[in-house]
Design a protein around this ligand. Structure first.
Ligand code: CA2
Length: 149
């Protein structure tokens, strides 16, 4: 059997805290639960996942740079770096892979500083406010994108 295309699912700062606090905003699932849900769903789509989390901007840049050689697409929830990071924006542009941006909460319903995203302009699509289900929907979107490329 041929190898399944791999999708990097990259999570930014504080998302390792998922399921431990603020369940009203981010739900009750842990990041490990989301990892397992994504791996299961990806398998049904003929995809594999490389599910990662980092609290460090530079490390996220390095992970994105490395994905260029190994991944077919990137699903990213850059956490708070979404709203600040030109470095992650540049890395995603250079990676030259399809990108889908995910946010668990609806960033447009929250503080105005969350309304700006440095990721959106390099993304094929954006999923916000649908909880952790957004990651699964992003995998569906990525499967469609890869089918037509
Ligand atoms: O809604 C999202 O997915 C966010 O990317 C989450 C980030 C936030 O800075 C973005 O504006 C929107 C924060 C992630 C923090 O996650 C926590 C989860 C549980 C407990 C504490 C933090």
């Amino acid at each position: 059997m041929s190898e399944r295309p791999e999708i990097l699912i990259l999570n930014g700062p504080n998302l390792n805290m998922l399921g431990t606090r603020e369940p009203e905003l981010y739900g009750a699932e842990t990041l490990d639960d989301v990892d397992a849900m994504c791996a299961d769903h990806a398998a049904t789509l003929g995809l594999a996942t490389d599910f990662r989390q980092s609290n460090f901007e530079g490390e996220m840049v390095t992970i994105i740079q490395q994905a260029r050689g190994s991944a077919s697409g990137i699903i990213i929830n850059a956490g708070a770096y979404t709203h600040t990071s030109v470095a992650i924006h540049d890395a995603l542009r250079v990676a030259d892979l399809p990108v889908i941006e995910v946010h668990i909460s609806n960033i447009h319903r929250r503080e105005s500083f969350r309304h700006t995203s440095y990721i959106s302009s390099v993304a094929e699509g954006i999923i916000v406010g649908l909880g952790t289900q957004g990651y699964v929907l992003a995998l569906d979107g990525m499967a469609r994108i890869l089918d037509r490329t």
